[in-house]
Design a protein around this ligand. Structure first.
Ligand SMILES: Cc1cc2nc3c(=O)[nH]c(=O)nc-3n(C[C@H](O)[C@H](O)[C@H](O)COP(=O)(O)OP(=O)(O)OC[C@H]3O[C@@H](n4cnc5c(N)ncnc54)[C@H](O)[C@@H]3O)c2cc1C
Length: 416
């Protein structure tokens, strides 16, 4: 079934009887060429590009819950490519370019909206740092604009300019950044992969790996053994747990990150805004809810729920930035488990076990990476060579000292 304006009109006039499920619900086969563990954004995008761009067949995605139940359906939906370091910026810009064509490629409305992101500047030193970042972005082919205080005030007049604890001095803007409907991204990739023959198997938890003489032969699952020539693991917050079943210890810790949504309000916030003197980021959904978040909870956990002190901390950040937010009612909040790496950057690499590949360490920036991560992981699985933009994301960089520490926080996963 193809989606189009014509199809919507036809269904409206004929009682909506022609819609079909977005993907099949197949029984697992005894073996596949490639098995992807994890039906989040990254696993589904990998399967989609494997089938579409690399001509691979006989692929399965195994998901222990339902599609969208993990971080892909829990994030604050921000997409951007405003990175500084050469290991990161070309990769995230590649992702931005894939976002720009995603809906045409998957024939699905994932509500990609390039409404822009503004990182606020509160000190002269921060302006210098953001100017440098803006230049690095431009060198990698991305877009960036340094806004003066007056230019900023024209765009977002509702911030606290006149009596703020942390005076606002301007902003770094990426006009092409924005938001996308998070679970719609999972559904679009799932549908696109399914249309190309990928088996998406939900309620199928991987419980072990069959490894003989250093080579992976398949996975044990809650629905029986499934053989595979290659296995790609993309399980985000469950990375350490799943890879430990293959005898691997990762440079990754799991932490909870929370997100919040207010009651629906009239359109107020035109794009994404990040506070530069605390950790707070906010945008407004098309339904009207303010969508915002802040820091991770700061201790290791695999629970998909957060603690109260961090809620208070996030709301304090919001109040400092735009006091009017205190008038809005908080409607919902939830938590997701983040795969925090030691340098704050991800890993897309082969492992020492032949046929076993790993994708993880996304910290809390993996949503924007979904298209490039899927493409680069598919490239690696199909060709056994890293994609050009993901060459720096090696697993051995921690042992060799080639870390990609965007925040300069050192080997402290809870600080990245
Ligand atoms: C509150 C919050 C806000 C965020 N905000 C942003 C943002 O604004 N911008 C941004 O870029 N990023 C953001 N992120 C990060 C982003 O959501 C994640 O980095 C990204 O979604 C992780 O990749 P994924 O989609 O594949 O993960 P997931 O959706 O978590 O997919 C992993 C899947 O693996 C499955 N799985 C686990 N173990 C097994 C097993 N044994 N067998 C089978 N399946 C298994 C899980 O059920 C899950 O569905 C945010 C995250 C959270 C929680």
């Amino acid at each position: 079934m193809k989606f189009s304006g014509f199809k919507v009109i036809k269904e409206a006039l004929t009682g909506h009887k022609g819609w079909t499920p977005l993907w099949r619900d197949p029984e697992p086969q005894s073996d596949y060429d490639i098995v992807i563990v994890g039906g989040g954004g990254h696993g589904l995008a990998t399967a989609f590009y494997l089938a579409k761009s690399f001509g691979q067949a006989r692929i399965a995605v195994l998901e222990k819950g339902w599609l969208g139940s993990g971080n892909i359906g829990r994030n604050t939906t921000i997409i951007r490519s405003n990175y500084l370091l050469p290991g990161n910026e070309p990769f995230y810009e590649f992702s931005m370019k894939l976002w720009e064509n995603l809906e045409q490629e998957t024939n699905f409305n994932s509500m990609v909206s390039q409404r822009g992101i503004i990182n606020l500047i509160h000190t002269d030193a921060q302006r210098d740092a953001y100017r440098r970042r803006g230049n690095a972005m431009r060198f990698a082919g991305a877009d960036s604009v340094l806004l003066s205080r007056e230019e900023l005030r024209e765009k977002v007049p509702f911030l606290n300019y006149d009596n703020a604890r942390f005076p606002i001095k301007g902003g770094l803007m990426q006009p092409r950044a924005g938001t996308a409907r998070h679970d719609g991204v999972a559904w679009g990739y799932a549908r696109g992969a399914d249309m190309r023959g990928v088996d998406i198997i939900q309620n199928c938890e991987v419980t072990g790996f069959k490894i003989e003489r250093g080579k992976v032969l398949g996975v044990e699952t809650s629905r029986g053994f499934i053989g595979a020539k290659k296995v790609g693991v993309a399980v985000a917050g469950s990375s350490s747990r799943v890879m430990s079943m293959a005898g691997m210890r990762l440079p990754i810790e799991s932490h909870v990150l929370q997100a919040f949504v207010s009651e629906g309000l009239k359109p107020t916030i035109p794009g994404v805004i990040t506070f530069g003197a605390g950790h707070f980021y906010i945008s407004q959904s098309d339904k009207g809810g303010l969508v915002f978040g802040g820091d991770i909870d700061g201790y290791n956990s695999y629970a998909q729920r957060g603690n109260l002190p961090v809620i208070e901390d996030v709301l304090e950040g919001g109040m400092a930035l735009m006091p009017m937010i205190g008038r809005a009612r908080l409607l919902r909040g939830w938590g997701g488990v983040m795969d925090m790496s030691m340098d704050g950057s991800p890993i897309i690499d082969r492992t020492d076990i032949e046929g076993l590949y790993f994708n993880g360490g996304w910290c809390y920036g993996g949503f924007k990476a979904t298209p490039a991560s899927g493409y680069a992981f598919a490239h690696l699985l199909a060709t056994d060579r890293p994609h050009d933009t993901a060459k720096a994301y090696r697993l051995d960089r921690f042992a060799k000292g080639y870390v990609i520490d965007e925040r300069g926080a050192g080997a402290q996963p809870n600080l990245h």
